[in-house]
Design a protein around this ligand. Structure first.
Ligand code: NG1
Ligand code: ZN
Length: 560
């Protein structure tokens, strides 16, 4: 067991990355995220922490993704990925915060490192392996170089995969760490990723007429070139047209485009000519979110968001399992039907929750915002379907479910076909993390198998009108969410005032929570009509702004 490191080497390496401003860093919902120009010391600290995390896991490979997802191009961010491709374990998020803030001096960083090594009993003689990738942001390359300095100064090995989508980085991390085991996830290369998805998609859709071409908005980010490459592997099995695929011009990334823009503004992206009868989708800046949409004949915009993707997927898998008569082996020796569950957050549309419970008759679990919470809850089911309304999510299959699919024999040709489709779905759906390209193919495979149009899919249930707004406040840390983000415990008194407003509206629901990725609080409202929804949202934004530290312009611009 070794617990000492070369302090002079650390001090020397830090001297090129010392924190010079008074910025306080915090590892939040999606890692560190802020203006790219502030991130250099953070990257160095993350390099150090990745080495410790790898040594803690006895040399397993740790992933680092450099991205700020749907945020503007000037921002960037970084998050750590665990050996099986999950997000960094929560108990280490505090260490990330401590180390990043300790980059102001050699003494501070040395003692922060020593304290983590002691607390976690890390044996520094273990090897350390780190892989890194980045999205198309211009700031990414230099930030990766700072990370490399951090990794190397503690003697870690680093492999740079260059430009990747976030889910591709998670995929390779899982592949590397499962190689040669019975859970082997695939070859850790970009090509193998495309090959795996394309082969599974072709298996499910074989023999069915192809759907009309899908318009894909690449948000002028990494999803665009990735889609072009995936398209080559899909060949004739999938027809699409890519727009917003300019990753060269500056300022275009996520600009009035991408999944977040489309979801929040409930309108098509810039750069897309969406005609009646066409089907479209938008990826976000790092291609881990996707939403679908179309327009009615009268031009009305219809959004098929994460809630609709979740219900489509749950319904499809339940149907296949029924046709295949899948029974899962339990630990007590019994065999019982597949236990399927759906995980949502407070941002899920109320109609979707009612549809899942009442029509699909599938249990729903609510977690706080942020996919790490949803992912965890989904692991409790044989098939755990989790999606945030914003289009970030996936479907997890338990080892027992995968075993049941592998060993089941269909009693009829139809049952055999359903089993084949279930097996292919376990290959098609990214098991590590929400993945826009994988989710896109999941939706398209489902719709192809069911020969279902977007309009038919949309008619499963009707969304209640909803609105999400941002309010800038002096200190968002004053807002403390409880009950899976549906209420606030602080500031004292605000929740009662929100409740008073909500009570005035038919089917009214409204909650306020601080964002973990932006310096704002979010206000979400739902009610029976568009007018009431907008009014409720406006009233609560006003409450927050006027009484609880609003700064800048009072948010009234969306008043009808
Ligand atoms: P914050 O900024 O904490 O609301 C946003 C999303 C989350 C999650 C993270 C990570 C909403 C309302 N919030 O978090 O769901 O996706 O970004 O990207 O969509
Ligand atoms: Zn994203």
């Amino acid at each position: 067991m070794t617990n000492s490191f070369d302090k002079a080497k650390l001090a020397n390496a830090l001297s090129s990355h010392t924190l010079k401003s008074a910025t306080r860093f915090q590892y939040g919902t999606a890692g560190f995220r802020m203006e790219a120009s502030l991130l250099d010391p953070v990257m160095f600290a993350v390099g150090l922490l990745a080495v410790l995390r790898s040594k803690y896991h006895k040399g397993k490979t740790i992933g680092v993704m450099v991205t700020a997802s749907h945020n503007p191009e000037k921002d960037n961010g970084v998050k750590l990925v665990e050996p099986l491709g999950e997000m960094l374990v929560q108990s280490w998020e505090g260490y990330a915060t401590e180390l990043a803030n300790a980059t102001s001096s050699a003494d501070a960083i040395t003692s922060a490192l020593e304290s983590i090594i002691a607390k976690e009993k890390i044996d520094l003689s273990q090897p350390a392996r780190v892989v890194v990738a980045r999205d198309t942001r211009p700031s990414g390359k230099a930030l990766v170089a700072s990370l490399v300095d951090g990794v190397q100064c503690l003697g870690g090995e680093i492999k740079d995969f260059g430009l990747f989508t976030t889910p591709q980085l998670h995929y390779v991390v899982r592949c590397i760490n499962t190689a040669g085991t019975e859970d082997a996830y695939g070859e850790p290369t970009e090509e193998a990723y495309y090959e795996k998805l394309a082969a599974a998609f072709k298996k499910i859709t074989a023999g069915y007429p192809r759907l009309s071409p899908l318009l894909i908005d690449g948000a002028n980010g990494i999803g665009a070139p990735a889609m072009e490459k995936l398209g080559k592997y899909l060949g004739d099995s999938f027809a699409y047209q890519l727009v917003n695929n300019d990753v060269v011009s500056s300022g275009k990334l996520n600009h009035e485009s991408g999944a977040d823009f489309v979801k929040i503004k409930q309108t098509k992206p810039l750069g897309m000519d969406l005609k009646y009868g066409q089907r479209a989708c938008s990826l976000d800046g790092d291609a881990d979110r996707i939403v679908f949409y179309f327009t009615e004949e009268d031009g009305t915009f219809r959004l098929l968001d994460g809630d609709k993707i979740a219900t489509l997927a749950a319904d499809f898998i339940m149907d296949l399992a029924k046709q295949a008569n899948i029974l899962v082996q339990r630990e007590d020796g019994s065999k019982t039907p597949l236990h399927i569950g759906l995980v949502q957050t407070a941002y899920a549309n109320g109609s979707s929750t009612a549809y899942v419970k009442d029509t699909l008759q599938v249990p729903v679990v609510f977690t706080p915002t942020g996919v790490k919470h949803l992912h965890h809850a989904a692991e409790e089911f044989d098939v755990g379907v989790y999606f945030e309304a914003n289009g970030h999510g996936t479907v997890l299959f338990s080892p027992a479910a995968i075993k049941a699919f592998k060993t089941s024999v269909g009693a009829t040709p139809a049952a055999e076909k359903a089993i084949d489709a279930l097996r292919a779905l376990t290959e098609l759906i990214n098991q590590a993390v929400g993945d826009a390209l994988s989710d896109m193919l999941l939706v398209e495979a489902t719709l192809t198998y069911q020969q279902k149009s977007f309009a038919k899919w949309n008619s499963d249930y009707t969304d209640l009108p909803s609105r999400q707004e941002k309010v800038k406040v002096a200190n968002r840390a004053n807002f403390v969410p409880i009950k899976a983000d549906t209420e606030l415990s602080h500031p004292i008194g605000l929740q009662e005032k929100i409740n008073e407003q909500v009570a005035k509206f038919s089917k009214g629901r409204c909650f306020v929570r601080p964002s973990g990725t932006e310096d704002i609080v979010r206000v979400y409202a739902e009610a029976a009509t568009r007018e009431e929804t907008d009014r409720l949202c406006y009233l609560v934004c006003g409450l927050v702004f006027d009484g609880y530290g609003g700064v800048g312009t009072r948010p009234t611009t969306f008043l009808p």
